[in-house]
Design a binder for this molecule. Structure first.
Ligand code: 4FV
Length: 223
């Protein structure tokens, strides 16, 4: 998969160069390209924001630098063009799984009060939100989307099976997990997990998932 990210703050994306995502890029399992929108501003001072027509607090990102940046990307017409916004569809695991099937994704990060609406009319296919709260910019939401989607790309996770038996993989929350030592501060690992009886372990885990999901997220069970 190829991912192009448009931002006024390219330095914020260092996290994507570390750990699993960093390694995946080194072995070309994933191509992430960060584009500085300011490079496309035709303003003599490279200005990329201005006041809102009709008044109101804060600044808005101007359309020209964004439009020229997006349309400068090779294949942008065929790519899925996403704007991270609190007004978008809320990201969840089924959506992440669907996005992972895309060949080319372009993500636009807003900042300040947001962007000129005409960019959404002209070049955006989908608005996505990471939750009902407001951030200072779309950069952290974009990283959350890239990280979650990348887990479904071959060559990113050590074992793609990790995506099969985890929270939300089957609409429930994940069961508790333990590793060595068997006793920690007096707390013992449940005996069933030390029994070697895989059937019993699977039954215990499924029962735990049901109970935890019922207690913490009954909405998932209804769904
Ligand atoms: C956001 C969210 C979000 C709104 C104005 C950036 C901010 C500022 N994006 N899910 N929640 N964006 O709060 O995606 O430009």
């Amino acid at each position: 998969m190829r991912i192009d990210i448009l931002t006024l703050f390219p330095e914020m994306f260092a996290p994507l160069k570390t750990s699993l995502l960093g390694k995946a890029q080194e072995k070309n399992a994933l191509k992430i390209n960060i584009i500085d929108i300011r490079d496309f501003s035709l303003d003599k001072h490279k200005k990329c924001d201005d006041y809102s027509f009709g008044g109101g607090p804060g600044m808005l990102m101007t359309p020209q630098p964004i439009y020229d940046a997006i349309t400068s990307i090779y294949g942008y017409k065929k790519a899925l063009k996403i704007y991270m916004s609190p007004k978008g569809e809320t990201l969840n695991q089924p959506m992440v799984k669907a996005l992972a099937k895309e060949k080319h994704i372009i993500i636009l990060c807003g900042h300040y009060e947001g962007i000129d609406e005409r960019i959404i009319d002209l070049v955006i296919d989908k608005e996505i939100s990471i939750g009902d709260f407001v951030l200072t910019g779309g950069e952290i939401p974009a990283m959350a989307l890239v990280d979650s989607v990348s887990r479904y790309i071959d060559g990113v996770l050590g074992d793609i099976a990790s995506t099969e038996d985890e929270s939300f993989s089957n609409g429930t929350l994940e069961y508790p997990q333990y590793t060595r030592p068997q006793t920690f501060h007096g707390l013992k690992v449940p005996d069933v997990l030390l029994s070697g009886n895989h059937q019993e372990v699977a039954r215990w885990r499924s029962e735990q998932s049901k109970q935890i999901t019922q207690k913490r997220r009954p909405d998932l069970i209804k769904k």
